[in-house]
Design a protein around this ligand. Structure first.
Ligand SMILES: Cc1cc2nc3c(=O)[nH]c(=O)nc-3n(C[C@H](O)[C@H](O)[C@H](O)COP(=O)(O)OP(=O)(O)OC[C@H]3O[C@@H](n4cnc5c(N)ncnc54)[C@H](O)[C@@H]3O)c2cc1C
Length: 300
């Protein structure tokens, strides 16, 4: 890794290359071992340089947003973690067309479009993370999904920045083609409508609902499991009597059984063990196999 570190520093500068970076600092779960190397590029050229250096050295790389859907294992992440730098957070509003760079916070974008009297993103208010992460995951809540107001996305693919029309992005429930193909989201272009006077009220109500129903006061990565087609994961977990069930510092939230929370110094191994218990008990009770929504990365 020392050789790769040196090459990265030479190419993109030592201020944005970090060795042995604790991933617990970069995940909303506040869990995770160290990334061998962690970089925060500020331009497409810098991202390309990082990828080229990784490829030349046979090292892996992994792009993160704000780490709000991630469980990084306790052994950390081998290779290079790429997090968009501060210069990737621009948001441009031109009439009803909005361009947001991948590193911009989704919450900042939601507030900006409400201030510009536009409608379409109000249902996503309160979802933590970046625009890049939200596009990758096709983030959504309360019947809203980010895909519904996206026009196209700009991605880095095979060393080139290309625009992909949203209908070609394979957006589905918490998925998109970015998951299957090696692409980095650089920017998203949204087409919104003029606010009919309801957007702010909807955003406030949904934010309030989130605060009342979700354990936002504890570190977590949101809903641990995907919604099975038979109903809500949280209801099944609750019916299996698992609210408040703990392994180490990981606990099934009493407030919302769909969330595993970090109640203090949880390790990834605790979360994994608790997830297994939940999966087994729910399966025994209902015959339904829950599937993780959170992305588990790194090594033990
Ligand atoms: C309290 C809480 C509530 C939540 N509520 C919701 C909710 O209501 N609805 C919902 O959908 N989610 C919810 N989540 C989960 C999470 O906020 C979303 O999945 C979010 O979109 C993840 O964005 P992120 O930037 O943090 O991505 P990360 O967690 O950092 O990454 C998620 C995935 O996206 C990839 N990725 C990130 N950026 C890029 C990029 N630029 N290019 C390519 N790939 C990229 C990563 O490789 C990773 O695979 C919640 C989380 C928390 C903690």
């Amino acid at each position: 890794m020392q050789k790769i570190y040196k090459q990265l520093v030479d190419k993109i500068g030592k201020d944005i290359v970090f060795k042995n970076e604790p991933m617990s600092k970069h995940t909303s779960f506040k869990i995770g071992g160290n990334a061998d190397l962690f970089v925060t590029p500020n331009s497409v050229a810098q991202i390309e340089s990082v990828i080229n250096i990784c490829k030349e050295n046979d090292a892996s790389y992994f792009v993160i947003g704000n780490g709000s859907n991630l469980l990084v294992l306790d052994g950390g992440i081998s290779g290079v973690v790429i997090k968009m730098g501060n210069d990737f957070s621009d948001i441009q509003i031109d009439g009803q067309t909005i361009k947001a760079q991948a590193g911009a916070l989704l919450s900042t974008l939601c507030v900006k479009v409400l201030e510009a009297s536009l409608k379409g993103l109000e249902g996503l208010m309160g979802i933590p993370g970046t625009v890049g992460g939200a596009v990758y995951m096709n983030a959504g809540a309360y019947g809203y999904e980010i895909k519904d107001c996206l026009q196209y996305i700009t991605v880095l693919k095979d060393g080139k920045a290309v625009d992909i029309d949203i209908k070609d992005c394979g957006m589905g429930y918490r998925t998109s083609i970015i998951k299957e193909q090696e692409m980095i989201v650089l920017e998203a272009c949204f087409k919104l409508t003029k606010d009919d006077g309801t957007a702010m009220q909807i955003a406030k109500e949904l934010l309030e609902r989130r605060r009342n129903k979700q354990p936002v006061e504890y570190p977590s990565a949101g809903s641990t499991f995907k919604r099975p087609k038979e109903g809500y994961a949280s209801r099944l977990i609750d019916e299996a009597g698992l609210k408040g069930h703990k392994v180490g510092g990981a606990c099934v939230s009493d407030k919302h059984a769909g969330f595993i929370i970090n109640i203090g110094d949880a390790k990834a191994k605790h979360v994994i063990e608790l997830m297994k218990i939940v999966e087994e008990r729910v399966y025994q009770m209902s015959g339904i196999m829950l599937e993780p929504e959170i992305k588990i990365v790194g090594h033990e």
